[in-house]
Design a protein around this ligand. Structure first.
Ligand code: PEP
Ligand code: MN
Length: 263
């Protein structure tokens, strides 16, 4: 399908690589969200992420604070001026997020695998002009990923972006999710206008891999990074081992070497 995409850039965001989205895996408490958001905003970051509906592999873990967290994200917007992004997995999530003025939506890896779920989200977004980022499906299936873009595009969504978060495998030696870089590279060949973000947090699954994965993404000319950052990573209610403080995030970003993508 030939797609005519529009820029996902929101007013005031520097389009220079990398565009950075940062924030905690999950919104846990109002205090944790506000402290993390202020730390991130202080570093000059303009886009804040936080999951409020969390698809967990097994029951019994923290499944997200739910709609209550939308009020905290509204506060982040008001008090820091950052744009806010959250994950949606159902049409009800879409309606609630839009009602609360969430600026950017993303579809998680466990949702992208399910065409019914993606279609439901697409239908709920008909006639709405909001940027939507689509994570790769958990399995290395490029066509399923592209199919999700086609479903959103078919619903009239023109501001689309991709998030490469790696692919699930039974063997988890080094990475939590294998990067298989050739897959997002092939996505770029197939959809050259589509901005691609890298999510080093979910690829690596551990803090020490965030910096090298960010650099690899930059070397491969990715457009942006979405990085999990928490004011107190060790105490995070989800994905504790891969989150970094806003100070470490700033350090990692300052270390990046950005080469001209045309060279
Ligand atoms: C997340 O971003 O916290 C998340 C649940 O990611 P993924 O969908 O990539 O597993
Ligand atoms: Mn996470």
């Amino acid at each position: 399908m030939e797609m005519q995409l529009e820029s996902i850039m929101l007013p005031g965001i520097d389009p220079q690589r990398p565009v950075v989205i940062a924030g905690p895996c999950s919104a846990e408490t109002e205090e944790q969200v506000m402290e993390t958001a202020k730390g991130i905003a202080d570093k000059g970051i303009k886009l804040f992420r936080a999951g409020i509906w969390k698809p967990r592999t097994k029951p019994g873990g923290f499944e997200g604070i739910g709609a209550e967290g939308l009020q905290w994200l509204k506060r982040v917007k008001k008090e820091t001026g950052m744009y806010v992004a959250t994950e949606v997995a159902t049409k009800d999530h879409v309606f609630e997020a839009l009602k609360a003025g969430i600026d950017v939506l993303w579809i998680g890896a466990r949702t992208t695998v399910n065409p019914f779920a993606v279609q439901e989200i697409a239908d709920a977004l008909k006639g709405v002009d909001v940027p939507v980022l689509i994570k790769n499906p958990v399995n290395p299936d490029l066509e399923l990923w592209i199919g999700a873009f086609e479903r959103l595009y078919g619903a009239g969504i023109r501001r689309l972006g991709a998030i490469h978060r790696g692919f699930s495998s039974y063997d988890k030696k080094m990475y939590r999710n294998l990067p298989l870089w050739h897959i997002p590279i092939e996505l770029r060949r197939r959809m050259p206008e589509l901005p691609i973000f890298c999510d080093p947090s979910h690829i690596g699954g551990k803090r020490e891999l965030v910096a090298p994965l960010c650099q690899q993404a930059m070397d491969l000319s990715f457009d942006g990074l979405i990085i999990e950052s928490h004011c107190n990573p060790d105490c995070a209610w989800s994905d504790a081992s891969q989150q970094i403080t806003p100070d470490v995030l700033d350090y990692v970003l300052n270390l990046l070497v950005i080469r001209d993508s045309n060279q």
